[in-house]
Design a protein around this ligand. Sequence first.
Ligand code: AMP
Length: 192
Amino acid sequence: MSARLVLLGPPGAGKGTQALRLAERIGIPAISTGDIFRANIKDGTDLGRQVQEFTSAGALVPDELTDALVRDRLLHDDARDGFLLDGYPRNAAQVAALDAAMAQAGTQLDAAIELTADTDVVVERLLNRAAIEGRADDTEPVIRHRLEVYRAQTAPIANLYAERGLLVRVDGIGEIDEVTERMLTALAEQIG
Ligand code: AMP
C-alpha cells in the first residue's frame, strides 16, 4: 500500500512511536517536523538557531520556516509515492500550505489519522518521558502550554479534514502493537 498521510493528535498521544511503526508497515517515510527541528538544534545549524526559542517554549515555530521545510522534504525521492507526516500540519494555515504544495505536485492526501488520548493520560506520559529522555520541552509548564496550543490551533484542523471525508479517528490508548493494528485497520477501511 502506498499513501499520503498526516498524523494528528495531542503531544503525548504516542504519535512519534506510531508514526514510525505505521510508516514501516506501509513502506513510506515517516517525516516528523519535531524530529527535524530537534536534529537541527542539536547540530547547531542556522535553522536550529532560528527555531530553538519556539520549541523550548512549547510554541509553534513560525509557519514560513515550517512550511518551507516540509515543502522541501516532500520533494525528496523517498517521498514521491507516499509519506506520513507526523506533527504537521498544526494549524489551519499549514493545512492550506500543504494543500498548495501537494496541488503543485499534482497529488493529494489520502487520509488524516487522528490519534486520540485524554489530557490526564498525555500529561502523565509526557512527564514520564521527561524523566527518561530529558527532552527540553517536557517540563510541566511547557507541557501545559503545548497542550493549550494543541487545543486552540491543532485540534480544530481535524474538522477541516473531516469535512473532506479524510479523517480517521483512532483511540491512542492501549498497548503499542494494539494501537498500530487499530490504525492499520482503520486506514484500510478508509483508503482500501
Ligand atoms: P513534536 O515533536 O511534534 O511535539 O514537536 C516539538 C516542537 O517542535 C513543537 O512544540 C513546536 O515548537 C515545533 N514544531 C513541530 N512541528 C511543528 C509544526 N508543524 N509547526 C510549528 N512548530 C512545530
